[in-house]
Design a protein around this ligand. Structure first.
Ligand SMILES: C[S@@+](CC[C@H](N)C(=O)[O-])C[C@H]1O[C@@H](n2cnc3c(N)ncnc32)[C@H](O)[C@@H]1O
Length: 258
């Protein structure tokens, strides 16, 4: 569902990537001179922020999407960027001081295996951190989209609303996952990211292409229903005329390898 064009992803949630990455790196306490792996790197927003802080030679990144990996390599040419699954990381035990995973755990098919792999490749005392959108709360763009969709189409939209279908959308879900994986000193903190839009159509443009769960729903609608959704989404955002910003909260879970 995220395997489309990298440029479309970057106009969609990727627009929040740089500011989310900065907040995530700070929250995870990533210091200079550490070696870090980015799992589910996508088009490389977090990978680039890590390379700016640590130098590309200290950063590795994996994702299952070949187009995204190509975009990540273009963005961060000096990092070690590979096509690989979180559930089968191509690294030796204890290879990294920290493993970060931005907006990924809800999309990994075998989450316990992916988490166990992130733990395996992190040295003792190192950190594994992951963040997910606050789908039910303050991820303004996605929450407002789904509020508009369920108001217009309760039967069609309700079963696919991300706040309901994502297994890890609340701090307690993440805390449980991190504890069950065996991490110590587990904590969950909020992160706040921001994106700028030229106007509402700049925000809307990626949705009909089918990117992500929200785009897939928008693309499944006929022309009339899609126009109604566009108009209701616009109305619920306060009918911005011209440029505007939106903020988005994510939950960040962290734990230490014993
Ligand atoms: C919402 S995107 C997040 C991308 C990037 N981390 C960011 O912050 O923009 C989810 C990413 O997880 C990747 N993904 C899905 N399943 C995966 C798996 N099993 N192993 C590694 N990456 C996976 C997708 O290809 C996609 O790039």
């Amino acid at each position: 569902m995220f395997s489309g064009e990298a440029a479309v992803y970057d106009r969609f949630v990727g627009r929040y990537g740089p500011s989310l990455a900065r907040a995530f790196i700070d929250a995870a306490g990533i210091a200079a001179d550490t070696r870090v792996l980015d799992v589910g790197c996508g088009t490389g927003q977090l990978t680039r922020a890590l390379a700016e802080k640590l130098g590309g030679a200290n950063v590795s990144a994996v994702d299952t999407s070949e187009p995204f990996i190509e975009a990540c390599r273009r963005r961060v040419p000096d990092a070690d960027v590979r096509v690989a699954r979180a559930e089968a990381l191509p690294f030796e035990d204890d290879s990294f001081d920290a493993v970060l995973s931005q907006l990924v755990v809800n999309f990994i098919p075998d989450v316990p295996k992916g988490m166990a792999e992130m733990r395996r490749v992190t040295r003792g005392g190192g950190t594994v951190a992951g963040c997910v959108w606050d789908y039910k709360g303050e991820m303004t763009m996605l929450r407002t989209f789904w509020d508009a969709a369920t108001a217009l189409d309760p039967d069609g939209a309700a079963p696919v609303v991300e706040g309901r279908i994502m297994p890890y959308a609340q701090p307690e879900d993440l805390e449980k996952l991190w504890r069950e994986t065996g991490f110590e000193d587990v904590s969950v903190v909020p992160l706040v990211a921001e994106a700028s839009y030229e106007d509402f159509d700049d925000l809307w443009a990626p949705f009909p292409t089918g990117v992500g769960p929200a785009g897939r729903y928008a693309a499944s609608l006929g022309t009339e229903a899609q126009t109604a959704l566009h108009d209701e989404f616009l109305r619920r955002l306060g009918e911005p005329q011209g440029p505007f910003n939106l903020s988005a909260r994510a939950w960040c879970a962290m734990g230490r390898v014993a």
